[in-house]
Structures are given as structure tokens and as C-alpha cells.
Write a protein that binds this ligand. Structure first.
Ligand code: NA7
Length: 551
């Protein structure tokens, strides 16, 4: 058994629960734990709360789920009082909301900022975790909850010569806190996922010239963002009980929206085009709810993809640029669909150019240029919108030792294995919020976060009541769950894309479809049934003697 180095000054510090991360998951977890009388310490590597919204400060950053739904539901007063200004709130406003929640529920006193959790070691004899931070502090805890986020490990691409570039290099996922001014500069933007697509129009409006380096063309739907009127806010607020119920129990992805009742091929071409046109005009993620089989049937999917390709050709004046911007490598929706404001129209600006780096990958970055096919594209600043080591990246950065000293990274070397996305066999009392194997990134994250936090909170109460020392995923239940997650994914078009859902954006990462695609409502019922059957599939160890009362 490995034991963690202990700093004598802090060696006696002990908590019921250590929570890693103070994003939306960590904050709500802390709130629930406190309310239940558990002692808890939250460690957060950033200087403030907000997680994703703390780091992703790039120009144009917004959530792709509407604000009235991308918000906590646990406090009726909070959801009635907070005024979202726009249909899709900008990053700064979401961060302000996170800070408001931290103040309103007095969370900060139990959060230690600017502190990473470096290592967590399970002591099998004491049945406790030893958690070591970047500050050299070691604390003991019965439980550890990883609220580390799915998209929080920004990835710098391995491009030859990047370190030789003499101008500033920014990553959208780790943007400076000070304002970045691109006025008068030639900017190179690498990456055309959601972050690149949101930032390109804003950067183009400021910079002297913007060159977008595109590896994979992406599907994007207009956001149709607009200010929210008091009436619109009230319409949501008055209907919140139903909206929240529907999002939790019925919607596949945790978003209240009308559900399609037919497949794309059940309508004539005219009717279908009319439906797509209506969705395009309305804007937003619900474009994909035009029909109920767009994620399942390639022919059906093609009708939606063709419609979007047609819109790109209509918007972009230069036919060669339009052609390059039309996605052809994956079914629509199998990579996270993007929501934009004027992205395609940005390529009509005289100060914007598009460079195809699929046909000719970037050869090298020099002191002042990006070299593609022997041509130097001179730039003064570089923006990397190259994404994240998604879902497992932030967990993998922590040196976690479970039973027998085995690390989580060793166990997950062939891909993440969990039971319900909540726990991994061999790692007792270690919970993951929105982990791989749960709907997580395929859903409205806040809906999934609240469900996981509530489930974990109930589980801890159950353990305290029954005097249980440890709980962990059983190996058999875990294997079955992993097989189920894969089986459900295999019945869809999703595995056809080289997406970060599959780990395909990270060279060498195992290709496994990580999120659970069975739907938020279905998944919630499964989790509830497991709990109702006495945590079926989990292994439970009783305390040898009565547990020290949890504060
Ligand atoms: P994404 O969606 O992972 O997009 C990253 C983009 O960067 C994508 O276009 C990649 O091309 C491109 N990329 C990645 N590595 C390279 C290299 N080495 N060279 C060239 N281009 C590269 O990340 P985002 O930050 O945009 O969005 C993540 C999620 O955040 C989003 O889905 C929302 O849920 C919010 P590729 O497609 O891999 O060919």
C-alpha cells in the first residue's frame, strides 16, 4: 500500500469529503454537503469559481444552451431572481452568475483557490483518502468527489515550430484575464470547433487580418442570439416546474424543447425543407430535433446535412471558400454541433481568409508565420482553438491510487471504465461528477450535474445512516455498464465521427465513445433504481466500529 507524503503541519486535517474543482459541479456539491452536515473542503486550481467559464474567456464565448435552461434549478429563489440578459449569455455573465451563487450560498469559505489536487491515495486499512495539493498540504477524507469538468484540460497542439513563434500565442481554453486587443494585427486562428467558430467573427471585427486554418469543416447553426425581454424571462419562470421536470425526466439531452414525433424520411422533400428552414430561422441546438432519427439513420441525417451545406453555399460568396466550409467528413450532429453568430458570413469580409490544412497540414510555425504547402501565412498573433483532452483529461492529471496502489491512469489506459459514470472499480469512495459513462457532454451540463450531485449526496447520507465505511463499483456491474454504453453508442451514427467524444482528437488516446447516449431521463431512472435496490452493483463495506460522526 502506498502512502502519501504528509506535511506535518497539516497531517491531522481531515474532512468527510474533499471536492476537486469549484465549477458548477463543485459548487453545488459543496452546497449540498454542507446542508447535510458533512465537512467538506473544495480545492480549485483557478483563482475563482466557475470552472469552464473561468478559463474560457475568449472573444465571443457563450454557452450553446439557452441561459434560462443553463442555470441551477435547486433554488427556486435563485431561478426566480437572477435576470439573464440574453438568450445565450456571454461568458462574462455566466461567470458573474457563478460568483453570485458562491456569494449567495456563502461557498467561498470552504474553497481553497489557486490550489491543484496533485495526488489522492486510498489507504485500505484506514479506509480514507490522503489528498495532496500543489501547496504541499495533505489532508485525509473519507470521500473524494471529482468535479473536475469534462472540458477543462486545454490542449496545446503538437505543431512543429510552435515554440519558435515570436508573437503572442493564446489558447481559447486558457484565455488571459486582461483584455486582448487584436487591433491592427494579423491573427492566425487554428481550429474550427465551437471555440474557433464563436471567436472568428469577433476577432475578424477587430484584427487587421484574420487567417483561419481549418482541418475539419464543421456544421454550425445560427444562434439568433438576442436580448431577453422581461416577458420572455417570465414565461420561463412561470413555467419552471414543468420545464425543469421535462428537462430532467423526458428530454434526451436535458433541454426543454418540443420533441420530434417522426423521422426525416416520413415527410416529402418540400415539407422537410420547410421544417429545416423554420429551425434554421429559429436558431440554436434544436435544429437537430427537426426529426427523431437524425442521429440514427444516415439517409435521414444526410437530408439535414445537405440543408446546412446549402445554407453555407448561400451565405458565402466565394464558391471555393463555401465549398471548403461545407462539412463532408461526418454526419451532422456527430461532432458537437456549433451555434454561431455570423460565422459563415465572416468569410465574406475582405480581411478574412481560409486555409485548408486538411489537404496540406501545417508544415511548421516559424517566428512570424504559419507555413502550409510551402507558403508562409504571416501573422502577428496566434489563437489556438484546438480543444481539450475531453472527459478524462483533468482526471488523468491527478495521480490517483486506489486499491493495491493501482492508479486510475493504469486502469483507464485502454479507455475509461466506470459504473454509471459515477465510480470506477478499485477506487472506493471516489465519485466522479458527469464522468465518462454518463450523459454529461451530450446533455445540458447543469441538469446532469444536479442529478449526479443529488445522487451522490443521497448515497453519502445512506452510508452515514447505515454506518458504511466504503462503497465502490463492482467489477461485474462495471463491465456490464461499459458494454451497455458501447452498445447504445454503436446503434447511432456518433461513432462515425473523429470527435472528442471518441477521444479521436488526442493522438494515442483510445477510441471509445465516452458519454452515455441513452438519454438523460433514461439514465436518471437507471441511477434511481440502482439506489432503490440498495445500490445494486456496488460493493459495500461496513465500518468495523462506529464511524466518527460526520460533523
Ligand atoms: P473542439 O471542438 O475539439 O475543436 C478543436 C478544433 O481544433 C477542431 O477544429 C480540430 O480539428 C482543431 N485541431 C485540433 N488539433 C489540431 C491540430 N493539431 N492542427 C490543426 N487543427 C487542430 O474544441 P472547442 O474548444 O472548439 O470546443 C469544445 C467544446 O466546448 C464544444 O464542443 C462545446 O461543447 C464547448 P479536427 O476537428 O480535430 O480535425
Amino acid at each position: 500500500m502506498t502512502s502519501a507524503p504528509a506535511s506535518p503541519a497539516h497531517a491531522r486535517e481531515a474532512y468527510d469529503v474533499v471536492v476537486v474543482g469549484a465549477g458548477f459541479a463543485g459548487m453545488y456539491m459543496l452546497h449540498r454537503l454542507r446542508g447535510l452536515g458533512f465537512s467538506a473542503r473544495v480545492y480549485e486550481q483557478g483563482g475563482g469559481v466557475g470552472g469552464t467559464w473561468y478559463w474560457n474567456r475568449y472573444p465571443g464565448a457563450r454557452c450553446d444552451v439557452e441561459s434560462m435552461q443553463y442555470s441551477y434549478s435547486f433554488s427556486e429563489q435563485l431561478q426566480q431572481e437572477w435576470d439573464w440578459s440574453e438568450r445565450y449569455a456571454p461568458q462574462a455573465e455566466i461567470l458573474k452568475y457563478a460568483n453570485h451563487v458562491a456569494d449567495r450560498f456563502d461557498l467561498r469559505r470552504d474553497i481553497q483557490f489557486d490550489t491543484r489536487v496533485e495526488r489522492a491515495v486510498f489507504d485500505e486499512r484506514a479506509k480514507r483518502w490522503s489528498v495532496t495539493t500543489s501547496g504541499g498540504e495533505t489532508v485525509q477524507a473519507q470521500f473524494v468527489v471529482l468535479a473536475t469538468g469534462c472540458l477543462s484540460n486545454a490542449r496545446k497542439p503538437d505543431i512543429k515550430g510552435l515554440e519558435n513563434f515570436e508573437g503572442p500565442v493564446y489558447h481559447t481554453g486558457n484565455w488571459p484575464h486582461e483584455e486582448v486587443d487584436f487591433t491592427g494585427l494579423r491573427v492566425g486562428l487554428i481550429g474550427t470547433g465551437s471555440s474557433g467558430i464563436q471567436s472568428a467573427p469577433v476577432i475578424a471585427g477587430q484584427a487587421k487580418h484574420l487567417t483561419v486554418f481549418q482541418r475539419t469543416a464543421n456544421f454550425s447553426i445560427p444562434a439568433r442570439n438576442a436580448a431577453l425581454s422581461a416577458e420572455e424571462r417570465d414565461a420561463f419562470r412561470n413555467n419552471y416546474p414543468e420545464i425543469r421536470r421535462f428537462a430532467r425526466e423526458v428530454a434526451r439531452n436535458g433541454i426543454y424543447a418540443e420533441q420530434p414525433d417522426r423521422g426525416a424520411l416520413d415527410d416529402s422533400e418540400d415539407v422537410r425543407r420547410g421544417k429545416y428552414a423554420g429551425r434554421w430561422e429559429r436558431g440554436g441546438l434544436t435544429f437537430m430535433y427537426a426529426y427523431n432519427n437524425l442521429g440514427l439513420d444516415r439517409t435521414a441525417n444526410d437530408t439535414a446535412a445537405d440543408y446546412v451545406r446549402g445554407k453555407i453555399a448561400e451565405i458565402v460568396r466565394d464558391p471555393a471558400t463555401a465549398k471548403l466550409l461545407q462539412p463532408n467528413s461526418h454526419p451532422i450532429g456527430t461532432k458537437r454541433i456549433c451555434i454561431d453568430t455570423d460565422y459563415f458570413a465572416t468569410f465574406n469580409r475582405p480581411n478574412v481568409s481560409l486555409v485548408d490544412i486538411k489537404t496540406n497540414p501545417i508544415e511548421e510555425i516559424t517566428a512570424n508565420a504559419v507555413r502550409v504547402a510551402g507558403q508562409d501565412h504571416e501573422v502577428d498573433a496566434l489563437v489556438l482553438a484546438t480543444g481539450f483532452d475531453a472527459m478524462t483529461g483533468s482526471v488523468a492529471k491527478i495521480d490517483i491510487h486506489g486499491r493495491g496502489g493501482r492508479t486510475l491512469n493504469q486502469k483507464w489506459a485502454e479507455g475509461p471504465k466506470t459504473y454509471l459514470g459515477l465510480m470506477s472499480a478499485g477506487f472506493p469512495n471516489l465519485f466522479i461528477i458527469t464522468g465518462p459513462g454518463s450523459p454529461s457532454v451530450l446533455s445540458n451540463m447543469i441538469v446532469s450535474i444536479e442529478q449526479h450531485v443529488d445522487w451522490i449526496a443521497d448515497c453519502l447520507v445512506h452510508m452515514r445512516k447505515d454506518g458504511l465505511a466504503t462503497m465502490e463499483a463492482g467489477g461485474e456491474a462495471e463491465d456490464k455498464w461499459v458494454a451497455h454504453v458501447n452498445e447504445v453508442a454503436a446503434g447511432t451514427l456518433y461513432p462515425q465521427a473523429n470527435s472528442w467524444y471518441m477521444g479521436a482528437n488526442i493522438p494515442g488516446k483510445p477510441r471509445i465513445f465516452m458519454p452515455y447516449i441513452g438519454g438523460v431521463g433514461v439514465y436518471r431512472r437507471i441511477c434511481d433504481e440502482v439506489a432503490a435496490k440498495g445500490y445494486e452493483g456496488f460493493l459495500i463495506e461496513r465500518a468495523e466500529q462506529p464511524q466518527a460522526a460526520a460533523s
